[in-house]
Write a protein that binds this ligand. Structure first.
Ligand code: 0RA
Length: 655
């Protein structure tokens, strides 16, 4: 992204690592001109990113062996303080720039100071742009350093020093304190979210076992006047992390304790923990230098390769697969596997669309070798566990074959029946997928109303009976036996095919480019939306990825007075309408379900492209979606509803 303007890079003498090793590369003005280039975005995500950026520096101190505790505080004005007990930013004179190293670190881009390849500094991805970026994007920043018995401080505004580096006292402590207030002319969102920071700090505690992290929110006090706060500390590291991920999603592991791998080769540190559970899905989370690699990469490939290789060898040696007459494919080793793969790489190369994939090819064999060694020993020492894993693999292979047969049955049948379309489908006359829409409607009666209300030129209706199958809890072949799901496949004109042993959705003959889920605006309705979304996410993900999936938004109220009437989508709108109409003689109708609207009302409010609001479903967080869907399918309604509201983005549709 930014070019390195300094061509004569100095070699770093580790022993005299101090002020002079910090290099000047580029002015901070660039950061203020194009903040998104440095921190990804200037919305809430970018706002939180500022904290991660400061944290990265403190974590580097931990990785270098100098920092044990990091405190993060959200102040009432949404400024943030990060305190660490690391070495403290050097304060001595930087010879070339004739400034204190502290000032250089804080005001010069890429002057992180750690060009020392023995520390794991991230040079790609989104983190690692340096604390100076945070300074550039803050109205105010204060840095305080405890180092060599003295306390030093300097303050800045929008990246520029407002004071000299001052020595303000003596200390017997060590470390760095950074307080910053994000620039309100740069960020569109300025309010910090406790849960977002908490999630990252918890994650960091697992990734850096032995490191103490603390989060305090001064905006929230309990009845005793104590600020809201949480502590994060993990003794077991990834072992605990992997257990927690499965437990949280309600998945029961049958390999206990988890397989735990630590190793190091050629300066690449490897830490992996994994276990098998009774679910049918693989769930791998991966990190490079504490940064989540959403698209995986060479470290994940190395892990997968080792697991398949060792288990295959074990099964073959015992002749288990031939006795069971099953053909094992590499994906059979992945069912029910939950893993965390974390590597520390001195010079990581990131690739892929979002720079979320590790590219360093040497990492594959390093991770693979470490995992092989440990897994072989684990199977040797735990024959009971080994047997349970192999049985699970055999089951996966059998289920895969059954699913293929069931799928082929469905897909063959649909070709044979006349038009090949489900009887319940009221199709539209247009055959142009670009213009055509299909409404998946909860219940036969609402389906009937939608049929009357629609514009049959381009709107098709497929009623779904009651709750559709929860695909999260069903075996795959059961899914293809389900009437509603079969109808969705055939109505949409998509099919699952196998390519190189992988299942892919063929959407070449997709019949509609808008697939609208239309359910009641109540808790049951949102549950059904979730079930359908889960199905699309697991089995028809390309439709979600291409932005073809929408959620209809029927109104909650109609406020009426005389001839005037207004539809309202929430309580606030309703109250405003009541006020506008004058409270006397106002009637409020609460729509409990789609069925309470007549065809005309349904058209006007929810189906007519001129007036409706459709929410387009996007895959914001592919990696987190697994846990999200597990959470959504759980018993708690509020988080589910909040998710649907947050993630189903409003998009006014032009068609
Ligand atoms: C440059 C060099 C060294 C440490 C740091 C920067 C440093 C930066 C931050 C930012 C937040 N906390 C930090 N802690 C340390 C190495 C110092 C040495 O060699 O003594």
């Amino acid at each position: 992204m930014e070019e390195n303007k300094n061509s004569n890079e100095e070699t770093v003498d580790k022993k005299n690592y101090g002020a002079d090793n910090i290099q000047a590369l580029e002015g901070l003005e660039a950061v203020r001109v194009r903040p998104a280039m440095y921190i990804g975005s200037t919305d809430g995500k970018g706002l939180h990113h500022l904290v991660y950026e400061v944290l990265d520096n403190s974590i580097d101190e931990h990785l270098a062996g100098y920092c044990t505790t990091i405190d993060v505080t959200i102040h009432t004005d949404n400024s943030i303080t990060v305190v660490d007990d690391g070495r403290g930013i050097p304060v001595g004179m930087h010879q070339k720039l004739q400034k204190s190293a502290l000032e250089v670190v804080m005001t010069v881009l890429h002057a992180g100071g750690k060009f020392d390849k023995d520390t794991y500094k991230v040079s790609g991805g989104l983190h690692g742009v340096g604390v100076s970026c945070v300074n550039a994007l803050s109205n105010h920043l204060m840095a305080t350093v405890h180092r060599e018995g003295k306390i030093y401080t300097q303050t800045y505004a929008k990246g520029k020093p407002t004071t000299e580096v001052k020595q303000i006292g003596d200390t017997d402590k060590r470390g760095t304190t950074v307080t910053f207030r994000p620039d309100d002319t740069i960020f569109s969102e300025l309010v910090y979210d406790f849960t977002i920071l908490a999630k990252r700090l918890r994650e960091l505690s697992y990734l850096n076992k032995g490191l103490r992290l603390k989060l305090t929110d001064e905006r929230e006090t309990d009845e005793k006047g104590v600020f809201l706060h949480e502590d994060y500390f993990s003794e077991g590291g990834l072992m605990e992390f992997v257990e927690q991920i499965d437990a949280q999603a309600g998945r029961e592991a049958f390999t206990q304790p988890p397989v735990y791998v630590v190793g190091e080769e050629d300066g690449v540190a490897v830490e992996v923990a994994f276990q098998y559970n009774r679910s049918y899905r693989e769930n791998i989370r991966s990190y490079v230098n504490n940064i989540n690699t959403i698209e995986g990469g060479t470290h994940v490939n190395g892990f997968r390769r080792a697991v398949s290789h060792v288990l295959k060898k074990y099964g073959e040696a015992e002749n288990i697969f031939t006795k069971q007459k099953v053909n094992i494919s590499s994906e059979d080793f992945r069912e029910g596997l939950t893993a965390i793969v974390s590597v520390k790489v001195p010079e990581p190369q990131f690739k892929g669309q979002t720079k979320g994939e590790l590219g360093n090819s040497e990492v594959t064999s390093i991770v693979s070798a470490c995992v092989r060694r440990v897994l072989e020993a684990y199977l040797e020492e735990n024959p009971g566990m080994a047997k349970a894993i192999i049985n699970k693999v055999i089951l996966a292979a059998k289920a895969r074959n059954a699913a293929r047969k069931a799928r082929e049955m469905v897909q063959r049948k649909s070709v044979l029946t006349g038009t090949g379309l489900p009887g319940k489908l009221a199709d539209c006359s247009s055959k142009d997928p670009l213009l055509s829409e299909i409404f998946l409607v909860e219940g036969d009666s609402a389906g009937g109303t939608a049929k009357q209300g629609r514009n049959r030129e381009f709107q098709a209706i497929l009623p779904l009976r009651g709750k559709i199958l929860n695909v999260e809890k069903a075996l795959e072949y059961r899914i293809y036996e389900n009437e509603e799901i079969k109808n969705i496949f055939t109505a949409l004109g998509v099919r699952i095919e196998e390519k190189d042993g992988n299942r892919v959705l063929n959407i070449d003959n997709l019949r509609y480019h808008k697939i609208v889920i239309m359910c009641d605006a109540d808790v049951d309705g949102s549950h059904i939306v979730t079930l359908i979304l889960t199905f699309f996410f697991r089995y028809m993900q390309p439709l979600v990825a291409n932005g073809y999936i929408y959620i209809a938004a029927p109104p909650l109220y109609q406020v009426k007075k005389g001839k005037k009437s207004k539809y309202c989508w929430d309580d606030k709108e309703r109250d405003i309408a009541v006020k506008d109409f004058g409270t006397d003689g106002v009637g409020i109708q609460r729509y409990k379900g789609l069925g309470e609207m007549n065809a005309e009302q349904l058209w006007e409010t929810t189906m007519d492209p001129e007036h409706r609001t459709l929410r387009r479903v996007t895959i914001e967080d592919l990696e987190g979606s697994d846990a999200v869907f597990s959470m959504l399918m759980g018993d708690e309604v509020p988080p589910r509803r909040k998710f649907i509201e947050d993630n189903a983005h409003y998009a006014n549709v032009d068609a």
